[in-house]
Unconditional design. Structure first.
Length: 266
């Protein structure tokens, strides 16, 4: 896999030519950025930018004014190769708060073999309805220590409106959910994204995460995708590297919230 070539394709097809990630969301292009705006709070983000030292501050200020006018929190998804190189510093100066850095990792499905199965006593189950989404939310709360009602709502809406663009999977020990994950297809591209993989304490280290990756990889290949993309935390990066995923760059969410006092940035 040519890392530079794949990263350029990812930037062009997934970020610059972004599609809404759910019903009611829309993509807008203005002031040198591509942003997503939902029909209600949640999921608002700057996804891509084409900036330099002379245009960055003005573009950042324009996005702050725009989302401040909506009264909404939003995320600026900054990648390690984005320009200008000090864009993170400029975002912090404008009132954004950086969250944990992750690693953008990609696997070429034509180059890896993912045939892992879940451990004995655990089975994988596709999620297609509200009851399954409820169980996924339960796993998320137990695995990550927090509820995510917005994710719950968006997944339900996507399963209802665009079921072919999302694959949600539960790992069940008997009838008890112990792990969950999803995959989001990006129509018109060769990419599928792996998201939300989490295993509850007491079930980690048994190969469930690996089995969930393998299951989604097989589905992606069946649907004609070439690449799997993951924003990997430090805990999952070693597992993904052993599976054949390669790090391409870093990604850091910078979050701006109303009331930060930075709406007058110029």
């Amino acid at each position: 896999m040519d890392h530079a070539e794949v990263l350029a394709e990812f930037d062009r097809d997934v970020r610059e030519r972004a599609r809404p990630d759910g019903p009611g969301a829309r993509i807008e292009r203005a002031d040198g950025v591509v942003r997503q705006v939902g029909d209600e709070p949640g999921g608002d983000a700057v996804l891509w930018s084409d900036l330099d030292e002379t245009t960055a501050d003005g573009a950042v200020a324009a996005q702050v004014r725009y989302f401040a006018g909506l009264g909404r929190e939003f995320e600026w998804k900054l990648y390690g190769h984005d320009r200008p190189l000090d864009l993170g510093r400029r975002l912090r100066a404008a009132g954004f708060t950086p969250e944990a850095e992750e690693t953008l990792m990609v696997a070429d499905l034509s180059e890896i073999t993912l045939d892992a199965e879940p451990p004995e006593g655990v089975r994988l189950c596709r999620v297609t309805d509200a009851a399954g989404v409820d169980l996924m939310a339960e796993v998320h709360a137990r695995a990550f220590g927090q509820d995510s009602p917005e994710l719950h709502r968006r997944l339900l809406a996507r399963l209802a409106a665009d079921p072919d663009t999302v694959v949600a999977v539960l790992a069940l020990a008997g009838d008890r959910p112990v792990s969950a994950a999803r995959m989001e297809m990006v129509p018109g591209t060769r990419f599928a994204g792996l998201w939300g993989g989490g295993t509850v304490e007491g079930w980690r280290g048994r190969g469930i995460y690996r089995a969930l990756v393998a299951h989604r990889a097989r589905v992606a290949a069946e649907r004609g995708c070439r690449y799997l993309q993951v924003d990997a935390m430090s805990t999952s990066r070693p597992v993904l590297e052993r599976l054949g995923f390669a790090p391409l760059t870093t990604t850091t969410p910078y979050v701006w919230s109303p009331g930060t006092g930075a709406t007058d940035v110029s």
